[in-house]
Design a protein around this ligand. Structure first.
Ligand code: SF4
Length: 311
């Protein structure tokens, strides 16, 4: 068996920053430390931190007064920030700067009195956070059909934004429909889909044609990982989203000679290595690294932690 090992894959700059922030906070303040929602959408990462005394919360009220609380890479609404302040929590903001950029655009467009169409998945942490910046001004759509159903009072005063981890191709279709229906709509040149999501999708698009099967390391609630598996399936190559080698099924490999292995932006390299070890042991697999695009992005630690990091 041959394994095509896609690059770039795995941790992006936002996830690295969020994980480093939590590590540093643990070192500096000790446990218990609280995180609002999962620090990143990955079971392995969440379990690792849970075992070290981190508690993941769905409500700020669950944190004891005065405790240390991190906001995850997906960002939070102003309401959550205010609740943390009211409980006198030591809040550390590990929101990815590329998510913050979308929040700032939402605030700007709302101040201009525009109706904002947000393209994203209902219920995703990032979408909830972005919508919270201007709840009265934002409507959520997921598909071109949703765009057809929109009823907007002032169609000449609109803007659109997108979740950062969407399918590039699907989003382009939604934006095309928006521009068709609302020619004066403002928005980013293409979308707010981040570099990491785009690069990982580009690698799967280019490499899946050479494979009989695609394995995507990532958790089921990871949006960008889900999109990678979908992309492979759309090009006719079966794909499975897995947390690690424990999820592999022997029947997936019947008649398979070439496997594409990649990982979503929140999946640790350790889980990729564990899958490669198993493929080598059970299928005598040899690995062929395939670099599709170089990445050299990094983000600074949250303001609240920078002094600690340098001391
Ligand atoms: Fe930031 Fe993109 Fe990574 Fe999300 S996937 S944390 S937006 S770099």
């Amino acid at each position: 068996m041959k394994v095509l090992l896609a690059s770039p894959r795995g941790f992006c700059a936002g996830v690295n920053m969020a994980i480093d922030s939590l590590e540093l906070a643990l070192e500096a303040f000790g446990s218990p430390i609280y995180v609002y929602h999962e620090i990143v959408h990955n079971q392995y990462v969440v379990n690792h931190f849970r075992s070290r005394g981190v508690t993941f919360l769905d409500s700020v009220d669950e944190a004891p007064e005065g405790a240390t609380l991190l906001f995850s890479a997906h960002g939070v609404s102003p309401e959550v920030r205010a609740a943390a302040k009211a409980r006198r929590l030591r809040a550390i903001d590990a929101t990815c700067p590329l998510v913050t950029k979308v929040h700032l655009e939402a605030i700007k467009y709302a101040k201009q009195g525009r109706t904002i169409v947000l393209i994203g998945h209902e219920g995703h942490d990032e979408v909830i956070g972005t919508m919270g910046e201007a709840p009265e001004a934002i409507v959520l759509v997921e598909s071109p059909e949703d765009v057809d159903r929109l009823e907007i009072a002032d169609p000449d005063n609109m803007a659109y934004l997108t979740q950062t981890t969407l399918s590039v191709d699907d989003t382009a279709r939604v934006i095309a429909r928006l521009r068709e229906r609302f020619p004066n709509i403002a928005g980013p040149a293409k979308s707010d889909i981040c570099y990491a999501t785009q690069n990982r999708q580009e690698a799967v698009s280019k490499l899946s044609a050479e494979a009989d099967l695609t394995l995507v390391l990532g958790s089921q609630n990871s949006s960008n990982s889900q999109r990678l598996a979908e992309l492979s399936k759309e090009s006719g190559v079966p794909a499975y989203l897995i947390d690690g080698p424990q999820d592999l099924r022997p029947e997936w490999f019947d008649g398979v000679e070439t496997v594409l292995v990649t990982a979503g932006a929140s999946a640790p390299e350790k889980t990729v290595e564990a899958v490669l070890d198993l493929l080598a042991a059970e299928h005598n697999a040899t690995v062929e690294p395939r670099l599709v695009r170089e990445e050299s992005v990094s983000f600074p630690l949250p303001r609240e932690l920078r002094a600690l990091a340098s001391s």
